[in-house]
Design a protein around this ligand. Sequence first.
Ligand SMILES: *Cc1c(COP(=O)(O)O)cnc(C)c1O
Length: 414
Amino acid sequence: MPGFELFGEEERKEVNEVLSSGILMRYGFDGPRKGIWKAKDLEEALCKQLNCHYAQLTSSGTSALTVALAALGIGAGDEVIMPSFTFVASFEAVLSVGAIPVIVDVNDSLTIDPQAIKKAITPATRCIMPVHMCGSMADLDAIQTICREHKLLMLEDACQSIGASYKGKFLGTIGDAGALSFDFVKTVTCAEGGAVLTNDKAIYTRCDGYSDHGHDHQGMDRGAEMHPFPGNNFRISELHAAVGLAQIRKLNTFLAIQKKSHQYLMETLSRIPGVSLRVIPDPEGDSHTFLSWFLPSVELTQAVVAEMKSKNILAGNFYWYEHNWHYIRKWDHLKQVETLNRLTDAQAGALKKLQVQDFSRSDAVMSRCISTAISLSWTEEQLYEKASGIAAAIRKVLPTASPQTHYSHQANLA
Ligand SMILES: *Cc1c(COP(=O)(O)O)cnc(C)c1O
């Protein structure tokens, strides 16, 4: 991760085919395009690769989430339960359809805590949105049980976890719908793009229409097509789809490279007393885009981050607790409702409550977590160097800790 690290001739060839046809749009122009349909081909490739009935490409992962929410019929006043650790896109999509993001704790899987979901369910709850962060998965059995019991929809945000699976099924294909992202830093990238996955034909048909102004895509004349409902423009272009097509064919290669490097890094770090690893509900299904590891306390974690910074080895390592974009702690714009356009009273009221909501359980996990991104382009030497550099930084900090701080969050250790 990310897939651009291994761009090559394959991407250029696909893009050049589109450029030489001259048709950059995914719909229409059936004659002039000379049989070149990159978006359609990519949708087919996604279905095949991820063992899923339907895929609808979109312009981004954020628009994939938005399209999926609309297709699931989620709108004004509906509550969507999502985790405190995710990318801002998750709540942006929920707000954009008029719904209310209900944000709850994560546990040491770095994904939504099923117990926290249960406590957050109200009569307005319509959907649960697990976010499969950093290449690995939420506890989907537990979440599915809750969905069944309370008749709720499940929308998986699998934007960071293409190719990862849970008990033999690919992430994004298990809920009522799932979203993927192909933005520039994702495992499969086409600069900007996304997809909704679903096994439900009716949901797919709504995604197909909604992402293209409501077009029903019947017949050969776009102007004469019908609009059963209003939509939006979340289309992908043929140029982007062309890059995505070359990239999806490399996914298995990406996953194999990541797995190997991940294994070595994991063995190196897990040998250090005091280091523990993220809980993974189905370890077999990890996509190994990151190794996420914990230290015993926030103080020690901050000290290791400082040590890595001073040794110039922090690049590619993420201390999400202090990150502006991925964790509730820094989402003041959301909590203060600093939106450009007026939200509904119900939305604004719910967001303001986030200012006083207790996220100490999430803090106890996130404040001790560092995620190391697994590069696709590392040589073996670079991998050894990265692993030993991180290990040295940890070893330098850990022995100096007083026993009290050292074990202050032991209960949360994996
Ligand atoms: C990247 C990402 C998105 C949004 O995808 P874009 O393609 O950048 O719009 C949504 N959710 C998560 C968890 C992501 O990492």
